[in-house]
Ligand binder design. Structure first.
Ligand code: 6R9
Length: 648
């Protein structure tokens, strides 16, 4: 690996940066040697209603997993994101909204955002929403999504955002699991010129008898026709028209729940990760400032959706806690054409741009001039998130977006971590394309072998984190035991990330991908078990096994092996029908890429499917199948190989 290119730190830029090579070393050392001192100091960036006297009280012991930060402190998130900025930057733009159509955009100042949030908070209260209630948000990327999130935090309600691309069934499951009685949605969403029937999806979800929702607040986005359930459904604009703009904040304990966010795991239903108030906000705010070297007046754009954790931490909470100007984009990179990202950067003079490798690869495929004549000279820092970025895409991003001038921050983190964990701080760490490099303050990554023994030096293993950091999820909603099992039982004394990782001779971390049955499709986490259970629900399917395979744009694609019920035959038509079935059951992001009909699965004598073999065949790497002697019927492997769908 000696031919890896190193991009040294820009010394000129470092002079005015928040963090440089020296201060990184020094602060990092302090953060792990004296976490109480370090975090007490950092916590001054927030406004506390009641100051905390205790900083860190955490245990990763599987018999007693307990994570508490600033536990006797009190604060309010919306006050930190809005009220405290009013005196100094009330007229500054908080949110630049760029619509799906390039002709539509909007600037919302801190004063205006504050007013809308206060009104909506009052409207929620008037409908019976109380501190601790769970409010489900199922919205497109419109400013009201941020208003709804902040209004929840203002009244102490716990929001649970469900990505607008999820199906009615997936939505129903999340509403039920969270015990949520309130839903906020819009008539329709608009992406790439197409309408997404959000209200209709909510109506379908609420047909499920296990879902007990009192009120659905509907925001008018497109004006499309919607069905209406009198008494249950309420128009947002009608509530806002009469709501008072005076709404004192609810005083929240630092450890009160702030939001739930569902994510996929290797087994079972999606897990609702629980994040709490003080530690999360502190960590989101601090990482946003330092990772993007955010300075007053900068225009910052993260292209994620608020339905994912990246949208929570780096569109809404981190930036707004810092009094930043954050750009929110409703559309897609390819509409009206593939120069859109460039056009938006030029139009709003974006300084920091944060996107996903899958988007970069999709643009890269269109050629060097994909961004047209867009003026990108405002850009200063580029970010990447969601999956490993391959060095070719990194180099292209650096050259085409950054004109070779902008540091790239490859940010490794997870829904569970709340904020960025491993990253080259832009003016402190020399970059190596493809490496997330070094830990953020307070983060102690370790590599362990499969027995849990720590590995030293340059090596490869399972990525674990040795001690807590403030942004960490505290539990799984309603199932603490599952939280303990999933993250703290495999390797005792550590938080287990589920990722594999290599460490090089410079102590740089290189994430190699998931080591569990989670696949990462276009930066979206998908549990193979979820897709399998959707497939076996189809009457013609007897058995399904799902694995990931390398996909040039999505990173990983979804490869399905299917055994049909006796008497059924595989066909192109059935393949199409099954793809549509999964789309409908889970959502478009779960659509299988390849389906292989397989009369038999490779199973051990005890009946367990050997996924290792299925993965290898899907990777078109069947020369390295390894030991197949434990298979009940080794001949099925021959059939699987000769009918494989992915010939690379
Ligand atoms: C923020 C987010 C988390 C999983 C994670 C890992 C992968 C994210 C990455 C990365 C390599 C990066 N991942 N960022 N892998 N380099 N910079 O994406 O959260 O949706 O929970 O996914 O994504 O596998 O474990 P989430």
């Amino acid at each position: 690996m000696s031919d890896i290119k190193v991009y040294p730190v820009d010394k000129e830029g470092a002079k005015s940066a928040w963090i440089n090579e020296e201060s990184y070393q020094q602060l990092y050392q302090q953060s792990v040697d004296s976490p109480d001192v370090f975090w007490a100091d950092q916590a001054k960036r927030l406004d506390w209603i009641t100051p905390f006297t205790k900083v860190k009280n955490t245990s990763f012991d599987p018999h007693n997993v307990s994570i508490r930060w600033f536990e006797d402190g009190e604060l309010n998130v919306s006050q930190n994101c809005l009220d405290r900025h009013l005196a100094t930057r009330g007229d500054q733009v908080a949110i630049i909204w760029e619509g799906d159509s390039p002709d539509e955009s909007l600037n919302i100042t801190y004063k205006e955002l504050h007013e809308q949030v206060c009104k909506f908070a009052n409207a929620l209260k008037a409908q019976g929403v109380k501190k601790g209630d769970v409010v489900t948000i199922y919205l497109p990327m419109i400013p009201e999504a941020a208003v709804a999130m902040l209004a929840c935090t203002r009244v102490g309600a716990v929001h649970s955002i469900v990505f607008g691309g999820f199906s009615p069934d997936a939505l129903a499951g999340r509403i039920e699991d969270a015990g949520s009685h309130f839903v906020i949605t819009s008539d329709e969403g608009l992406r790439g010129g197409k309408c997404v029937p959000l209200k209709k999806n909510v109506d379908l979800a609420l047909n499920n008898p296990n879902v007990k929702v009192e009120h659905v607040v509907v925001i008018k986005r497109t004006g499309g026709d919607v069905a209406w359930s009198e008494g249950r459904d309420l128009w947002y604009h009608e509530l806002m028209a009469t709501a008072s703009a005076d709404c004192p904040v609810e005083v929240m304990n630092a450890e009160d729940p702030m939001f739930i966010l569902y994510t996929s795991g290797s087994t079972g239903k999606p897990k609702g990760l629980k994040h709490t108030t003080g530690g999360y906000l502190l960590y989101a705010s601090m990482t946003h400032q330092y990772v993007f070297d955010y300075k007053d007046g900068d225009i910052y754009w993260c292209t994620a959706d608020v339905g994912w954790v990246t949208g929570h931490s780096y569109i809404v909470y981190g930036p707004l806690a810092n009094g930043a100007t954050t750009l929110m984009f409703e559309g897609v990179p390819s509409y009206p054409d593939s120069s859109r990202f460039g056009r938006v950067i030029e139009k709003h003079k974006v300084n920091q741009f944060y996107t996903a490798p899958t988007a970069i690869r999709a643009l890269m495929q269109q050629g060097e001039d994909v961004l047209g004549d867009s003026d990108l000279s405002s850009l200063r820092i580029l970010g990447s998130v969601g999956e490993p970025i391959n060095p070719e895409a990194w180099e292209w991003y650096h050259r085409i977006f950054g004109k070779g001038q902008c540091p790239i921050v490859d940010t490794w983190w997870q829904t569970e971590t709340g904020g960025i964990m491993i990253v080259p701080l832009p003016y402190a760490t020399a970059a190596k394309p493809g490496s997330a490099t070094r830990p953020f303050f307070g983060v102690q990554p370790r590599l362990v072998d499969n027995e849990g023994t720590e590995l030293a030096g340059a090596t490869e293993g399972n990525l674990v984190i040795a001690d807590s950091w403030p942004g960490q999820a505290r539990s799984i909603w309603g199932d603490h035991e599952r939280f303990v099992q999933t993250y703290f039982s495999t390797f005792k004394g550590y938080y287990f990330t589920g990722d594999g990782c290599r460490r090089d001779g410079d102590d740089y971390y290189w994430i190699t991908g998931r080591v569990d049955d989670v696949i990462n499709v276009s930066g979206h986490r998908m549990g193979t078990a979820e897709v399998e259970s959707a497939l076996v629900a189809h009457p013609k399917v007897a058995e399904a096994a799902v694995v990931g395979y390398p996909h040039p744009i999505k990173g990983q694609g979804i490869y399905v092996y299917l055994t049909l019920q006796a008497g059924e035959d595989g066909s192109e038509e059935l393949s199409k029908e099954l793809k549509a079935w999964v789309r409908n059951e889970i959502g478009p992001i779960a659509t299988p890429d390849l389906i292989q009909f397989a009369p038999g699965m490779p199973k051990t004598r005890s009946g367990k499917i050997m996924r290792r073999i299925l993965r290898k065949i899907a990777e078109d790497d069947f020369g390295a199948l390894g030991d197949t002697s434990t298979l009940a019927d080794p001949s099925v492997v021959e059939d699987l190989i000769s009918n494989r769908q992915n010939r690379l």
